[in-house]
Design a protein around this ligand. Structure first.
Ligand code: NCD
Ligand code: ZN
Length: 345
C-alpha cells in the first residue's frame, strides 16, 4: 500500500481568487499546493481586457507569500463586445493564457456573459488562428431547461457546433458533471478536454438535498445523480490525457452561503490535493494521480511541466469546520470531516 506519494507539483486549471481582502486571504492556500492556476475572470466588473488582466495579475502576485513560487495564468471574460485584437495582443504579450465563455447569467457574476454564443464566432475564429484556449462554462440558461439538464443541453445546442466549426480551437469543457459531458469529450478530437472538480467526484445531488438543504455542497453546475458521479470518477482515474485537475474553488463567505438565497460555489483550495487523492486511492488508482494533477493540463495548454515535487502522506486529517477569511469566516470543502491524506509540502 502506498503511504507516501511524491508527484511533480500540480497546477489548478480552474480557480476563482476574487479580489481585495478575500483574494489576499485565499491566494496562499492555492500557492501552497499548486505552481500555477488558471484564474477565472468573473470579478465585478469582469476582467475583459488585457490591461485589466495585467493589473489583476499584479494584485494576485502581491498576495503570494514570500519565498513561494506561484504563477497566475490569466483569462479574458468573453462578452458580446469582446475586442478580438485586444485578446490576441494580450495573448501574444503573455498576459492571457485563455478566454472564458460564460453564457449570460449561468453562474456567479456572469451577467455580462455572452447572450448568444453564435455572436462571438468571429472571436473564436481569431482564437483558433492564434492558438488561444477557450474555457467553457457549459450550461444553457434558458428558463425552460431544468437545472439538472443544463449541461447536457449545452452540448447539443452549442458545444457540438463550436467544436465542429473550429476544429483547431482548443476547448476545455470546465467542471464537467455528467456522463454526457464525459462521452462528448471522449468522442471529440484531441483539441477537446475537460476539468473535473473534487466535489463532483465525491458527491451526488443527495449531498445537497437530503437531510435538510446543504448549502456548502451547492455549486454550479450542480452535482447530478450517482451514475454521473461514477462516470466522472472513471474518467478522472482513467489516465486519459483529456481529463485534468481544476478545483473550481470559489470562495463565498459563510453568511453568503447560509442564506435564503445562498451563493453557488465551493471553497476547495485549502485541502484540494488531499480531496482528489482520496478519490484516486478509493478507486485503486494512485498511480494515475500524477498525470491527472500534474501532466495532462500542461500538455493540453502547451506549457512545460513543473520542475519541483510535492509529497502527500496517508494520515487522518481533521478539516476545520470553518476558516478565518477577510475578518469573517468561510467553510472549506470537507469542513468538519476527516480525510485520509495529508499534504506535506
Ligand atoms: C463560481 C463562482 O462562485 O464564481 N461558482 C460555482 O458554483 N462554481 C462560478 C462558476 O464557476 O460557475
Ligand atoms: Zn468556476
Amino acid at each position: 500500500m502506498t503511504d507516501i506519494l511524491t508527484i511533480r507539483r500540480p497546477d489548478d486549471w480552474h480557480l476563482h481568487f476574487r479580489d481585495g481582502d478575500i483574494m489576499r486571504g485565499v491566494v496562499p492556500y492555492t500557492a501552497r499546493q499548486f505552481a500555477r492556476a488558471i484564474v477565472m475572470p468573473n470579478l465585478t466588473p469582469p476582467v475583459t481586457t488585457a490591461s485589466m488582466a495585467a493589473e489583476y495579475r499584479e494584485r494576485i502576485l502581491a498576495a503570494v507569500p514570500e519565498g513561494v513560487n506561484f504563477t497566475p495564468l490569466m483569462t479574458c471574460y468573453l462578452t458580446d463586445t469582446t475586442d478580438a485584437d485586444d485578446l490576441a495582443r494580450g495573448a501574444a504579450d503573455g498576459v492571457f493564457t485563455a478566454a472564458k465563455l460564460y453564457p449570460a447569467n449561468a453562474t456567479t457574476n456572469s451577467a455580462h456573459g455572452v447572450s448568444d454564443v453564435s455572436k462571438i464566432y468571429p472571436v473564436f475564429e481569431r482564437m483558433e488562428a492564434e492558438g488561444i484556449v477557450l474555457c467553457v462554462h457549459g450550461e444553457v440558461t434558458s428558463a425552460d431547461i431544468d437545472v439538472f439538464d443544463r449541461e447536457a443541453e449545452f452540448i447539443e445546442r452549442h458545444l457540438r457546433d463550436i467544436v465542429a466549426s473550429f476544429p483547431k480551437l482548443k476547448v476545455v469543457f470546465e467542471h464537467i458533471t455528467t456522463s454526457d459531458a464525459v462521452d462528448f469529450v471522449l468522442e471529440s478530437g484531441p483539441n477537446v478536454a475537460a476539468t473535473i472538480t473534487p466535489q463532483h467526484l465525491h458527491i451526488n445531488r443527495n449531498a445537497m438535498l437530503v437531510g435538510g438543504i446543504q448549502p456548502h455542497n451547492y455549486c454550479l453546475p450542480v452535482a447530478k445523480r450517482e451514475s454521473h458521479r461514477l462516470a466522472l470518477r472513471r474518467a478522472a482515474v482513467s489516465g486519459n490525457a483529456k481529463f485534468f485537475l481544476g478545483t473550481d474553488s470559489a470562495p463565498h463567505l459563510r453568511g453568503d452561503k447560509e442564506s435564503a438565497c445562498g451563493c453557488a460555489g465551493i471553497f476547495g483550495a485549502p485541502y484540494a490535493l488531499e480531496s482528489y487523492l482520496t478519490v484516486f486511492d478509493e478507486e485503486g488508482a494512485i498511480d494515475k494521480f500524477e498525470c491527472f494533477a500534474s501532466l495532462h493540463g500542461p500538455a493540453f495548454y502547451g506549457l512545460p511541466v513543473n520542475d519541483d515535487t510535492v509529497v502527500l502522506e496517508r494520515a487522518e486529517v481533521e478539516v476545520p469546520q470553518s476558516l478565518p477569511l477577510a475578518g469573517n469566516e468561510i467553510v472549506p470543502w470537507h469542513g468538519g470531516q476527516t480525510i485520509g491524506w495529508r499534504f506535506v509540502g
